[in-house]
Design a binder for this molecule. Structure first.
Ligand code: AMP
Ligand code: MN
Ligand code: MN
Ligand code: MN
Length: 283
């Protein structure tokens, strides 16, 4: 599956490349199957498709949906990202994305309102200017970058660690659709549901295994393989769960352009013998 990248961001969400530039960069890297998976938006798809026309690259429709799940034994709900791929009819999904965008816009304002008394300035106008004045595109990455620009923190990571990650004073949960419903909507649009970066949610190993089981139980299709930089034991645990739950695999770099310069477009983990790629099911 060399030449496949099924998880990438453009500046429609928190990447820095335009959709057009992203496709151009993918072509230069010899990527032939590319999914643009912005946070809760498919607005970049037509732009990407325009550049890809008559070029040796297939653009797979995609979006990274902010969802949530919980353990029946506790009341706590956990955020989770579901990458939807290869949708054929967008009616159901578009309705969901409209609601997600509304939640995203309100949450961004809420986060900035919580920050104001902590940092003694209102950064909302500056944050909004980063997304062409479209509040439904604001991610915490934009807020973190603004905090750096204002000299409040030195690096974006510090903005998360000090203010906006879970447990911090300006954290606001993304109260999106539940996991089962999210998978259902993706299937109504004839797409595939992929559990994004299962080991990147600050969950215990027990909870990661539980999440993968729950995802399979709800009809999810594939799990993203952890990047090669993660420990071998982590990858082995994910591989075991994929096999046990009879799930397919997906591969993506989670490219964000210059916002995360250490991530390279098209840099994807190796697929193990016996694992079935979700891309083999694409029409
Ligand atoms: P949001 O969807 O608004 O919650 O923003 C989530 C995005 O923020 C993720 O896709 C990452 O790009 C980035 N992000 C989340 N957590 C962290 C973190 N702890 N450090 C740096 N970036 C993060
Ligand atoms: Mn992101
Ligand atoms: Mn994600
Ligand atoms: Mn992502």
């Amino acid at each position: 599956m060399q030449g496949v990248d099924l998880h990438t961001h453009s500046n429609i969400s928190d990447g820095t490349y335009s959709p057009e530039l992203l496709v151009q960069a993918a072509l230069e890297k010899g990527i032939h199957t590319l999914a643009l998976t912005d946070h809760d938006s498919m607005d970049g798809l037509v732009l990407a498709e325009k550049v890809a026309k008559n070029q040796p690259i297939q653009i797979i429709s995609g979006v990274e949906i902010s969802s949530q799940w919980s353990r029946p034994s506790t009341n706590k709900s956990y955020g989770v990202h579901i990458v939807a791929l290869n949708m054929q009819n967008l009616a159901s999904l578009n309705l969901l994305l409209e609601e997600q965008k509304r939640i995203r816009a309100e949450r961004a304002k809420h986060i900035c309102d919580l920050l104001t008394p902590l940092i003694h300035i209102d950064i909302y106008p500056d944050v909004l200017s980063k997304v062409d004045g479209e509040p439904d595109r604001i991610t915490r990455t934009h807020i973190a970058k603004t905090l750096v620009e204002k000299g409040i923190v030195a690096r974006p990571q510090q903005a998360f660690d000090k203010y906006i990650k879970e447990g911090k004073k300006a954290y606001v949960k993304f109260d999106g659709l539940g996991l089962a419903e999210t998978i259902e909507v993706i299937h109504q649009s004839q797409g595939f549901a992929v559990l994004a970066h299962p080991t990147r949610y600050d969950l215990s190993a027990t909870n990661v295994r539980y999440l993968i089981e729950l995802f399979a139980e709800y009809g999810g299709d594939a799990v993203e393989l952890p990047p090669a930089i993660e420990p071998a034991s982590t990858r082995q645990m994910v591989d075991r769960m994929i096999e046990q739950c009879n799930l397919k695999v997906s591969v993506g770099s989670d490219f964000h352009g210059d916002n995360m310069p250490w991530i390279r477009l098209g840099n994807i983990p190796r697929v193990k013998d016996g694992q079935v790629g979700i891309w083999e099911s694409f029409k």
